[in-house]
Ligand binder design. Structure first.
Ligand SMILES: *[C@@H]1O[C@H](CO)[C@@H](O)[C@H](O)[C@H]1NC(C)=O
Ligand SMILES: *[C@@H]1O[C@H](CO)[C@@H](O)[C@H](O)[C@H]1NC(C)=O
Ligand SMILES: *[C@@H]1O[C@H](CO)[C@@H](O)[C@H](O)[C@H]1NC(C)=O
Ligand SMILES: *[C@@H]1O[C@H](CO)[C@@H](O)[C@H](O)[C@H]1NC(C)=O
Ligand SMILES: *[C@@H]1O[C@H](CO)[C@@H](O)[C@H](O)[C@H]1NC(C)=O
Ligand SMILES: *[C@@H]1O[C@H](CO)[C@@H](O)[C@H](O)[C@H]1NC(C)=O
Length: 371
């Protein structure tokens, strides 16, 4: 029997060292590279020539895995696209859906938790108006650098990114994907925001809550608001891609989500991209290149989604064709199914992995019967 070659697509891409090479950082190039690499591996490994290949990937890697099957069905017999938001694009998914999932993650156990975060923005603004208030915030949060009036917006974006990332990595056991975290970190955060809080008391508990994210190890000397929540993800490359092809509209209204109202504004997005990268993002390209919602003629792709993961908002959750299989993992965070098995795994992810294995076997059987 032919050997099965498993190819795991990386979740992130690092930008090339030279500016001149940035134009190779596209999803099309990545797919072509994988296709050529797979052909090469099959030719160069003795006995692998006739092996079937299934692509695996999570997050952006999941998008690539799904698209690899769509664009190169001659190279991979199928794909597992885990937490792959291939529909988080203009005109396909409403921009508010992403943050509504975060709201769900932060309100499901303790509704006051979401409520406290939702009202924190206004309280931060009010307290940060005075020198004393800013001093209070700096001391309470143990900020590396005292907060100045012009830092308040950055301070709020830093909190926003922490809450967002927490909901992505809300795993059922201690993990270290973006930061070292306890089991069910959103629950740990919400235990600090469990009753209605006001004013300085809210600020104090907010700081306890955010320290679950930034100081779970107890090693943080101070909190640095210029440090992105995901410092080692190689997301500079992603930032460039989001300013070329990967324009994913996300917005908030402050009512159905825990954030300040922030409409999607392509004009300003476009300006920021030009300012940062001298690129003009093509907001409609992905839905042209990768078929938008019209996946009827695609085949053999599993799209798995965690129902607590904000990226499920742009995921494929309903089957557009017989061999496109959506799986929804209840209480699942970002590509939980691709993580190693753990005794604390919920039954939902055990079931998802079993379904995935059975589907792979079916695809392999189909190939065998044909040859
Ligand atoms: C692959 O399949 C071809 C055609 O069936 C056959 O000639 C060749 O020997 C096979 N290679 C391997 C390594 O099994
Ligand atoms: C506020 O934080 C303190 C210290 O962590 C905690 O004991 C208290 O329960 C928190 N209050 C709420 C309402 O969660
Ligand atoms: C991090 O936690 C340790 C241990 O509890 C504490 O001593 C330190 O002050 C904390 N640092 C910050 C920035 O919260
Ligand atoms: C805060 O983070 C920024 C960006 O990574 C870095 O340049 C700066 O040195 C850090 N400040 C402290 C006090 O760690
Ligand atoms: C985007 O920015 C480019 C370059 O500054 C400009 O030419 C173009 O008109 C802008 N498009 C939109 C829709 O704002
Ligand atoms: C969108 O951003 C542009 C450029 O920053 C600004 O002029 C415009 O008022 C914004 N539109 C809305 C609806 O906020």
């Amino acid at each position: 029997m032919a050997r099965v070659v498993v190819l795991v697509l990386d979740v992130s891409q690092r930008p090339p060292q030279s500016h001149k090479l940035m134009n190779f950082l596209t999803s099309e190039q990545a797919l072509a590279d994988f296709a050529v690499l797979i052909k090469y591996i099959k030719q160069s490994i003795p006995g692998a020539q006739n092996s079937s290949v299934i692509a695996f990937g999570g997050s952006y890697g999941g998008m690539l895995a799904g698209w690899l099957r769509m664009k190169y069905p001659n190279v991979v017999i199928g794909a597992l696209a885990a937490s792959a938001p291939i529909w988080q694009f203009t005109g396909i998914t409403p921009c508010e859906n992403f943050n509504m999932v975060i709201n769900k993650a932060f309100s499901q156990d303790i509704p006051e938790c979401a409520e406290n975060i939702r009202k924190s923005w206004q309280i931060i603004d009010t307290i940060a108006e005075t020198v004393d208030g800013r001093q209070f915030i700096s001391t309470t949060f143990q900020l590396c650098k005292p907060l100045s009036h012009s830092d308040v917006t950055d301070f709020k974006s830093w909190l926003t990114s922490a809450w967002t990332d927490l909901s992505m990595v809300n795993y059922p056991y201690p993990a270290n994907f973006l930061e070292p975290l306890p089991a069910w970190p959103v629950k740990a955060v919400c235990s600090k925001l469990s009753l209605p809080l006001e004013g300085k008391q809210l600020i104090e508990n907010l700081s306890e809550a955010v320290k679950v994210y930034f100081n779970y190890t107890g090693q943080a000397e101070c909190l640095n608001i210029s440090q992105q929540a995901t410092s080692d993800l190689g997301d500079l490359g992603w930032d460039y891609q989001s300013c070329t092809e990967m324009v994913m509209p996300i917005c908030s209204d402050g009512i159905n989500d825990i954030f300040e109202p922030s409409p999607w504004n392509f004009t300003s997005y476009n300006e920021t991209c030009y300012h940062t990268w001298k690129t003009v993002p093509r907001q409609d390209w992905i839905s042209t290149q990768y078929w938008g919602k019209n996946l009827q003629t695609a085949s053999n792709i599993i799209f798995s989604n965690g129902d607590l993961d904000p990226w499920m908002s742009g995921g494929v959750t309903q089957s557009p064709s017989q061999s496109i299989v959506p799986i929804i993992i209840s209480q699942g965070a970002h590509h939980l199914d691709l993580r190693a098995a753990n005794p604390l795994d919920p039954q939902s992810v055990i079931d998802a992995r079993n379904s995935e294995k059975n589907i792979f076997k079916m695809w392999l059987g189909q190939v065998k019967n044909k040859s």
